[in-house]
Design a protein around this ligand. Structure first.
Ligand code: ZN
Length: 68
């Protein structure tokens, strides 16, 4: 896992991740707090990443349209 702020390779435990789903699969993102610089890093999550993070027990959050 690479931090997009400090560009260091960081080890983040499953508890440090959050997976966010939009209305479609292409809107999935994962985020984590960088243990080195403290930045909140958010990146698009492909199918493989979603599967890996879900299997690791990462917290997930589903975004629903506000008008519902
Ligand atoms: Zn960082």
């Amino acid at each position: 896992m690479y931090c997009s702020e400090c560009r260091e390779k960081v080890e983040v435990p499953a508890e440090g991740f959050r997976l966010t789903f939009g209305r479609t699969a292409t809107q999935a993102h994962y985020s984590f707090g960088c243990p080195l610089c403290g930045a909140a890093v958010r990146k698009p999550a492909g199918e493989k990443i979603v599967a890996a993070l879900t299997a690791a027990g990462v917290r997930t959050m589903r975004l629903v349209p506000a008008e519902q």
